[in-house]
Design a protein around this ligand. Structure first.
Ligand code: IPM
Ligand code: MG
Length: 356
């Protein structure tokens, strides 16, 4: 049966990079991949048309689709809007509405890019790390939240960091399962020395580990984890952490690979349905200039093929094609180094298509 892909380009460089990923999917379509695309609005683009960053039509489209491909949301233009209708709210709303609690953010260093990292090549060479971020709970969604005025007239902003045992268990299981298929090492990142919510997180992970005799579980405080990521990142196989810690650590991990423009992500629900997006933002400063790196989005398509469409071979083909393009010395500006050939967004998409 034909699988439906909801395509939500969003804002800034979103439409440009998504267009390149669609080129790649169209090649696979010719080779027998049975999919159809349906486009929808999200983020600032949706706000401009409908007054909300996550319209009901987009919710319906996303629910009916087998998988979702998302570009990026946000931009200067919408920064002064009320927080309830800002583009980022659209992204948080779709994650929550579809129960996409498991966010997989792999940080793999293509050997060709060892020089593009700001860290020494020997520190990052061979890096292959998977960050599993909890995506629909924690301080991003906890109630109560808001800005209130105290009796003395002073304003106070507040958020709530809350995790239920069941929420920790389900993200824990995803992370243990992934660790089992990799090197069998899972590091759970928390702040259990200060925050009760992550004390429970740690206890729950220890309890879960009893079902995974073949996975070696360790624990690390988030401040130390941030340091270890830049000191000796290859000590990690799989990391599992809360929504906010995962947001921060995954940006940090991305630079190990040379550029945030290289990192794809998958956000999965309990049944494996997923939304696929690059981990970078909408980069409004370079939007429309044909200089953004589309590889993170193209690699997100590979994740879609692997995790939702069950087409592992096609996923391999995309990843190999990206490797070939890098072998040829073709680079967008963010991963450019001396001696390489600098190309634009659409040329990079074409190069991947040619390598396929
Ligand atoms: C991410 C982004 C989002 C987040 C923003 C855009 C809401 O930074 O996907 O990492 O904080 O989750
Ligand atoms: Mg982020």
């Amino acid at each position: 049966m034909t699988k439906k892909i909801a395509v939500l380009p969003g804002d800034g460089i979103g439409p440009e990079i998504v267009a390149e990923a669609i080129k790649v999917l169209n090649v696979l379509k010719k080779d027998g991949l049975d999919i159809d695309f349906e486009y929808g609005l999200i983020g600032g683009a949706a706000y401009d048309e409908t007054g909300t960053p996550f319209p009901d039509e987009t919710l319906a489209l996303s629910k009916s689709a087998d998988a979702i491909l998302l570009g990026a949301v946000g931009g200067y233009k919408w920064e002064s809007l009320d927080i309830s209708v800002r583009p980022e709210k659209g992204l948080l709303a779709i994650r929550s509405a579809l129960n996409l609690f498991a966010n997989l953010r792999p940080a793999i260093l293509y050997p060709q890019l060892a020089d593009a990292s700001t860290l020494k090549p020997e520190v990052v060479a061979g890096l292959d790390l998977m960050i599993v971020r909890e995506l629909t709970g924690g301080i991003y969604f906890g109630q109560p939240r808001g800005i209130r005025t105290l009796e003395n007239g002073e304003k106070e902003g507040f958020n709530t960091l809350v995790y239920r045992e069941s929420e920790v268990q389900r993200i824990g299981k995803v992370a243990f399962d992934i660790a089992q298929k990799r090197q069998g090492r899972l590091c759970s990142v928390d702040k259990a020395n200060v925050l009760e919510s992550t004390e429970l997180w740690r206890e729950t992970m220890i309890e879960l580990a009893k079902d995974y005799g073949d996975v070696e579980l360790s624990h690390m405080y988030v401040d130390n984890a941030a340091m270890q990521l830049v000191r000796a990142p290859k000590q990690f196989d799989v990391m599992v952490t809360t929504n906010m810690f995962g947001d921060i650590l995954s940006d940090c991990a991305s630079m190990l690979t040379g550029s945030i423009g290289m990192l794809p992500s998958a956000s999965l629900d309990e049944s494996g349905k997923g939304m696929y997006e690059p981990i970078h933002g909408s980069a409004p400063d370079i939007a429309g200039k044909n200089i953004a790196n589309p590889l993170a989005t193209i690699l997100s398509v590979a994740m879609m093929l692997r995790y939702t469409l069950n087409e592992a071979k096609m996923a391999d083909r995309i990843e190999l094609a990206v490797g070939k393009v890098l072998d040829k010395g073709l680079r967008t500006a963010d991963i450019y180094s001396d001696g390489m050939t600098k190309i634009g967004t659409s040329e990079m998409g074409d190069a991947v298509v040619a390598a396929l």
